[in-house]
Design a protein around this ligand. Structure first.
Ligand SMILES: *[C@@H]1O[C@H](CO)[C@@H](O)[C@H](O)[C@H]1NC(C)=O
Ligand SMILES: [Cu+2]
Length: 224
């Protein structure tokens, strides 16, 4: 009987593993580590991806259209931040960071405005091999020159490990209140959905076949 129970337990773990992937759920600002989903909008799809290019869920994940359930975190322009995932990213593909300024409060903002990109982790090519930066923590800095105010700060893992299949977007949005910024209006910007098209080379790439160069989808990275 014991073995039967072990088998059932193993099978159910296996099933959970197949449907489970990863979710960016914890934020650190400078040396301050927040709780799980503290300052990050909690999604309602466990750690599954968004796969529709036309869905508003591409912005802040399923269940992430409102920020009423969490706090907005204070940050200074230039501050370092880290997004941490429950499970290390294990699907190949680029990781990108985006921001979008809320008309007033980040907690009330649905992400329908303009998004700019602040960073891309693309592949590196060496000796005919591509390698992707797959880990559980991604660290970057808020651009120093952006205007003060409340923003959505978004991380996106675009999983393109299954050429010919449907790419997967693993996204989370933090709510941040930026002070000490500047006067530069970031550009270029894009809307989400809209920023990613089924014909994007970075979206349709076959990473296993003659894969020698890569352009990360979305607008060009803004820097001050
Ligand atoms: C954002 O920071 C400003 C300046 O410190 C402050 O007045 C405002 O209340 C903050 N907003 C939130 C949501 O904390
Ligand atoms: Cu997966």
């Amino acid at each position: 009987m014991k073995n039967v129970f072990s088998l059932v337990a193993a099978l159910s773990l296996g099933v959970a593993d197949v449907s489970g992937h990863y979710i960016f759920q914890q934020l650190t600002v400078g040396s301050k580590k927040f709780g799980v989903f503290e300052g990050i909008r909690q999604n309602s799809n466990y750690n599954s991806p968004v796969t529709s290019l036309t869905s508003n869920d591409l912005r802040c994940n399923v269940g992430g259209s409102s920020g009423a359930s969490t706090v907005t975190v204070d940050m200074k322009a230039g501050d370092s931040f880290t997004f941490r995932s429950d499970t290390a990213v294990y699907h190949q593909g680029p990781i990108s960071l985006y921001m979008s300024k809320a008309p007033s409060h980040a907690a009330d903002y649905d992400g329908s405005g303009d998004w700019f990109k602040i960073y891309d982790w693309g592949p590196t090519f060496s000796g005919g091999q591509a390698s992707w930066n797959m880990k559980s923590e991604y660290t970057n800095n808020i651009p120093k020159c952006i205007p003060n105010g409340e923003y959505l700060l978004r991380i996106q893992s675009l999983a393109i490990h299954n050429p010919g299949g449907v790419p997967q977007f693993y996204v989370s949005c933090a709510q941040v209140n930026v002070t000490g910024g500047g006067n530069t209006t970031p550009n270029p910007t894009a809307k989400i959905p809209g920023a990613f098209k089924a014909t994007d080379p970075g979206y349709t790439a076959n990473i296993y076949n003659n894969f020698k160069s890569y352009t990360v989808p979305g607008p060009a990275v803004f820097s001050c």
